[in-house]
Design a protein around this ligand. Structure first.
Ligand SMILES: [Zn+2]
Length: 130
């Protein structure tokens, strides 16, 4: 429901378990957090979402702008083409990202343009770094 309200293409959340029509209170991690060729450190990791996106959408990690605030996204930030720590909750998040934004998300807009530029390059062209 939140995904629709913010017009996101997809969302990732734990799977709530039900039994006989009632919530059991148990949550399972979503399968998208696992990937056979994803994060070399963690079996379940947000970096694996990036691997699934690459597989399904035919995009390279260099074409992805990742924005995160929490430590569980450090691997994702390190793997994405452009990474932004938005109001990072821990200094390790800021170190994992190439950029840190502490004020407005509007600061992302020029970076999004850079990702589009990277996406427009031929596959054998050198990747731009921001
Ligand atoms: Zn990881």
């Amino acid at each position: 429901m939140v995904r629709r309200r913010v017009f996101a293409d997809f969302s990732i959340a734990p799977v709530m378990r039900f039994r006989h029509g009632k919530a059991t209170g148990k949550l399972s991690p979503p399968a998208i957090l696992r990937h056979p060729h994803g994060c070399p450190t963690h079996a379940q990791c947000l970096r694996n979402v990036l691997a699934h996106m690459s597989d399904r959408m035919g995009i390279a990690p260099a074409q992805v702008l990742a924005v995160a605030a929490t430590e569980n996204a450090c691997c994702l930030l390190q793997a994405a083409g452009i990474s932004v720590a938005y109001r990072p909750l821990h200094e390790t998040v800021a170190h994992a990202a190439a950029h840190v934004i502490c004020h407005s998300l509007a600061e992302l807009l020029p970076m999004a343009g850079a990702v589009c530029s990277v996406g427009g390059l031929p596959a054998d062209a050198p990747q731009a770094a921001v």
